[in-house]
Design a protein. Structure first.
Length: 555
């Protein structure tokens, strides 16, 4: 990978290159060996694991399906949440509000994407320079913004103008050290105000203005989607801040990491580039998140995305969508969770309800992100992939966060973790990072508890790295098994934190732990831990297989 360091490179940029993976790379139990080993797939040990998979995985599917049947005593508690489905006449659990919104709005999104892609293609055809294309893109983005939010677009543009003015402000050098923190805190304050005043309805100023609020577009609650835009405002402000500190430029970069850290010319940070980036239609609603530098470099030096790659990604998106539909037609775990319809459920049933809810959470995020990324790929822009591992293929807490919402994770590393000190200040930086993540997602105690639990659960992994490092012990016969035990502990802690934050909440988790403390629950916990041990061993070997193929995702 080419790098562009030199006398003009800022200290933050240099630290960024050293620390870009500090937070995201699994630092303990990340791989059972330093380099790829001979395949174990045909060994006696892994033949036993294959038998265990053949027996246990069908049980994991059968238990929630059985619990979702009409013969269940709790069925009437959640049946009202179900809707008519399209697969074999089965009912569908379309009760998750977030996925319901995307599912029902998908035809409109496809139409909007087609409109944008056709307009963008014409703009490229008649644009002689990248700057002209960016200006046309900015105008097109504002037009689509009026379709999405109606007259509330003016409110968004006012916020964007204020942030642009602050970013371009010639500030005293004494503020340089504190500016990244001021930018993040200031933009978080805007999020709080947006939520506190519910998008600033004009009717609060005077009842005669009520009709203006009714011209609200297809997404009236613009402030709900502004969380993603806020990340772009920070990216522009800090990329420009670090560019002014370095006061130099670099040669055009060729890969993602170089595009993120390579400096642009001063005139690249123009109002047109700013608007085109912040309001880019394919990524505006939900991401994935790109940095300003990366977006503008791709506008100036388009990346090569072949038709085969685009088609392959479209097929992957369709496969994920079909998988989600099959789950929602056969397992009503979201409705069961929302109705707390688990009276009389045993430990295995409660755990499977929780597990499949986490799978649904993963898919309901994966599917929109892949749709919007596919839209961007068709437009010639290559944003980061957000989900690079299946939710059930993780055993490292830090590796999990690298593969879950990856573009957001990369944003966190560059704009928060590194300015806080990075690897030189791991524990307090991590605590502040996950506090920010929780508050950014939602101003609720449930999410704040989730953020603190995640921070707490990272500590054992950091300690494990120091006590049983792969560099020192990776070649010992017992290391792989000790690492697998550590992976089991990580999985249990990660599931607990995510059940609190996204599924059961604290009260629901308390009920689950009560059931697990019973004799039957203890037996199930031991059995489940043994199954997880086998699963972690298979994950280790899966990553070894990736290394043998030259793939190292470091998670």
């Amino acid at each position: 990978m080419p790098t562009h360091t030199g006398p003009g490179t800022s200290k933050v940029q240099q630290e960024d290159r050293r620390s870009i993976t500090d937070l995201t790379i699994s630092v303990s139990f990340s791989k059972p060996s330093v380099s790829a080993q001979a395949s174990r797939w045909r060994s006696t040990e892994f033949r036993f694991y294959a038998v265990a998979f053949a027996l246990v995985v069908p049980m994991m599917v059968y238990i929630p399906m059985r619990y979702s049947s009409q013969t269940n005593l709790n069925y009437m508690l959640y049946a009202w949440r179900l809707s008519p489905g399209w697969i074999f006449g089965w009912k569908v659990d379309n009760s998750d509000h977030q996925y319901h919104t995307f599912r029902s709005g998908l035809p409109s999104l496809v139409l909007l994407a087609a409109l944008h892609l056709a307009s963008s293609s014409l703009a490229r055809r008649f644009s002689s320079t990248s700057e002209t294309k960016i200006r046309i893109g900015a105008g097109l983005s504002i037009g689509i913004l009026f379709i999405l939010h109606g007259l509330s677009t003016i409110k968004i543009l006012i916020i964007l103008a204020g942030n642009y003015a602050a970013a371009k402000w010639t500030k005293p050098e004494t503020l340089d050290k504190f500016w990244p923190g001021m930018v993040v805190v200031g933009n978080m304050g805007i999020l709080f105000l947006n939520e506190r005043f519910e998008g600033y309805p004009l009717a609060r100023i005077h009842p005669a203005l009520t009709w203006l609020d009714q011209v609200s577009g297809v997404l009236p609650r613009w402030h709900i989607n502004f969380n993603i835009t806020m990340l772009r405002l920070v990216s522009f402000s800090l990329d420009y801040h670090w560019r002014r500190q370095a006061n130099t430029t670099t040669t055009p970069p060729m890969d993602y990491r170089s595009r993120v850290t390579s400096l642009l010319e001063d005139d690249a940070y123009s109002p047109a580039g700013y608007l085109a980036y912040c309001l880019y239609p394919p990524l505006y609603i939900a991401g994935p998140i790109m940095t300003f530098n990366d977006f503008i470099w791709q506008q100036r030096q388009p990346v090569t995305i072949t038709p085969r790659e685009k088609l392959s990604y479209a097929i992957r998106f369709a496969s994920c969508l079909l998988t989600m539909e099959l789950i929602l037609h056969t397992m009503y775990v979201v409705a069961i969770k929302d109705s707390s319809a688990w009276n009389g459920a045993g430990p295995a049933q409660l755990c499977m309800i929780g597990f499949w809810n986490l799978v649904v959470v993963w898919l309901k995020l994966l599917i929109p992100w892949r749709f919007f990324r596919l839209w961007a790929l068709l437009d010639g822009i290559d944003p980061p992939e957000n989900m690079i591992r299946c939710v059930a293929n993780n055993y490292s807490t830090l590796g999990f966060w690298r593969s879950w919402h990856r573009s957001y994770n990369l944003w966190i590393v560059r704009y928060i973790y590194v300015p806080l000190g990075g690897s030189r200040n791991v524990i307090p930086s991590t605590l502040l990072v996950f506090t920010f993540v929780a508050l950014w997602h939602d101003l609720s105690f449930k999410l704040l508890a989730w953020g603190w639990l995640v921070s707490l659960f990272i500590l054992p992994e950091l300690l494990g790295r120091r006590l049983v490092s792969s560099k020192q012990y990776g070649d010992r016969w017992w290391y792989r098994h000790v690492a697998a035990l550590g992976g089991v502990c990580n999985i249990l802690m990660m599931m607990s934190a995510n059940l609190v934050g996204f599924v059961l909440g604290l009260e629901g988790l308390r009920h689950l732990l009560t059931e697990l403390a019973t004799p039957a629950g203890i037996i199930f916990t031991i059995f489940a831990s043994c199954c997880l041990f086998i699963a972690v061993q298979v994950m280790f070997e899966y990553r070894e297989e990736e290394l043998r193929k030259g793939i190292d995702r470091k998670c």
